[in-house]
Design a protein around this ligand. Sequence first.
Ligand code: FAD
Length: 116
Amino acid sequence: WQRKNCPPDVEALGSSTWTLLHTMAAYYPERPAPSQMDTMKMFFEGFAQHYPCWFCKDDFQKSVAANPIQVGSRKKLSQWLCERHNEVNEKLGKPKFDCSKVFERWLEGPPNGKCD
Ligand code: FAD
C-alpha cells in the first residue's frame, strides 16, 4: 500500500472499482429473476451518478445512455461491462481487452494463473 494511494487517486480507485464491477457481473445469475434485473439496473444507475471522479462519471453516464445496460444474463452483463471498460481503455490509450476472455479473467482464472 503506497502513501500516494491514501486516499486513492483516479488509477487506484479505478482499478479497485473495475475489480468489483467485473466480479459482480461474473457472479450475476445466468438466468436472473426480474427483481435481480431491476436491482442490478438500479445499482448501475446509482453508480453512474455517484462514482467519485467527476470526469469519469460524466463520460460513463453518456456511455450508459448510448448503450443501455444489459441485465438479461450473466454473459450479457459481463460483455456489456467489458465494452464500457474498453471505451475507457481507448480514451486513455490503453490496449483493448478481448471480451471473449472476460470469464477467464474474472471468474474461472486463466490456465497459466496470470491475470495480466
Ligand atoms: P484498469 O483499467 O483499472 O483494469 C483493471 C484490470 O481489468 C486490468 O488489469 C485487466 O486485467 C482488466 N481489464 C481491462 N480492460 C478490461 C475490459 N474491457 N473488460 C474486462 N476486464 C478488463 N480514468 C481516467 O483517467 N479517466 C477516465 O475518464 C476514467 N473513467 C473511468 C470510468 C469508470 C467507470 C471507472 C471504473 C474507472 C475510470 N477510470 C478513468 C480509471 C481507469 O479506467 C483505470 O482504472 C485506471 O487508469 C487504472 O488502470 P489499470 O491499468 O490499473 O487497469
